[in-house]
Each structure stands twice: as structure tokens, then as C-alpha cells.
Design a protein around this ligand. Structure first.
Ligand code: FES
Ligand code: FES
Length: 157
């Protein structure tokens, strides 16, 4: 079956022959390897993308079911060399170590901050509840994003 998905504003048409996931198609057929495959069971959030407005685990979405949809992947957040504010916050806060979880955190956090630039700590934690990090212990990730929220509120870091 030939499917067409608009990814980061670009239409991609690919042939899907079996039960491939959206994650597989993004990485292997569309040359968009930013979304990571860690658990492939919907447990870690490293494959998070925005599908028609909702953050989803792309490993759990059948590619054929995404036919005709609009997807935003982690590659769709930086504007050329200008990072999204949450990307800068994670970098500046030391919230990136091996980086394997980072794409999922960026997608989840950016979707929160784009709607609510001044989330509370609880709102940040809730938005990131589906994302697992094996390196940082979460403290640096949360601090970086809390500091971004404080800056957005005009309270400095
Ligand atoms: S790879 Fe999709 S949730 Fe872990
Ligand atoms: S930085 Fe390594 S898993 Fe999160």
C-alpha cells in the first residue's frame, strides 16, 4: 500500500508492505532518524512524535494508520541553526548525556511550552511522564525546563 504522510511540512510517499510502525517508516524510509527506537513497546517515549496534534509513541502506530496524517518529528523543532527554546534549555541545563532519550523529551516539552510557555513544575512533570531517561536522573532535565518557564515568566533563571 502506498501511503502519504506530511512530516515537518513535507509530503512523503512510501510503499508499506507489512505491519511496519510509523517509527520504522520515519527512520528507514523517510531518512528521519531523530526519533529513537529503544523499547518498541510504548514504554520509554524515545520515539515520541506529534501525530495530528497529539504526542504519540510512533513505535505503537501502524504506518498505514498514519496515511494522510500530519506528523512533526524532533527534526521539525529547530529553525535551521536556531534551536527551539526547550532544546537550548536541555543543553544549557545539562539535561543531555548520551542523548538517546533527548528527542522524545524535546517533542514532549516543546508541545507543552508552545501551548503554555510558563508551566508549573507539576505541569512539566506531567507532560514528561511518558519519557524515560537512563542517564540523567531527571534532575537536570527538569531544572532546565523549570528555568525556561521562569525566564518566560520574566523571573529570570
Ligand atoms: S521506542 Fe517507542 S516508546 Fe520506547
Ligand atoms: S541522556 Fe541518556 S537516556 Fe537520557
Amino acid at each position: 500500500m502506498r501511503i502519504t504522510i506530511t512530516v515537518n511540512g513535507v509530503d512523503h510517499s512510501v510503499d508499506v508492505r507489512g505491519p511496519e510502525s510509523l517509527l520504522h517508516v520515519l527512520r528507514e524510509e523517510m531518512a528521519l532518524p531523530g526519533s529513537k527506537n529503544a523499547c518498541e513497546q510504548g514504554e520509554c517515549g524515545s520515539c515520541s512524535v506529534v501525530l495530528d496534534g497529539d504526542v504519540v509513541c510512533s513505535c505503537l502506530v501502524m504506518a498505514v494508520d498514519a496515511n494522510g496524517s500530519t506528523v512533526r518529528t524532533v527534526e521539525g523543532y529547530a529553525d535551521h541553526d536556531v534551536l527551539h527554546p526547550v532544546q537550548t534549555a536541555l543543553l544549557d541545563g545539562g539535561g543531555v548525556q548520551c542523548g538517546f532519550c533527548t528527542p522524545g523529551f524535546v517533542v514532549a516539552a516543546a508541545e507543552l511550552f508552545d501551548v503554555n510557555p510558563t508551566p508549573t513544575s507539576d505541569e512539566i512533570r506531567e507532560a514528561l511522564a511518558g519519557n524515560v531517561c537512563r542517564c540523567t536522573g531527571y534532575g537536570a532535565i527538569l531544572r532546565g525546563l523549570e528555568e525556561l518557564a521562569a525566564r518566560n515568566a520574566g523571573g529570570g533563571a
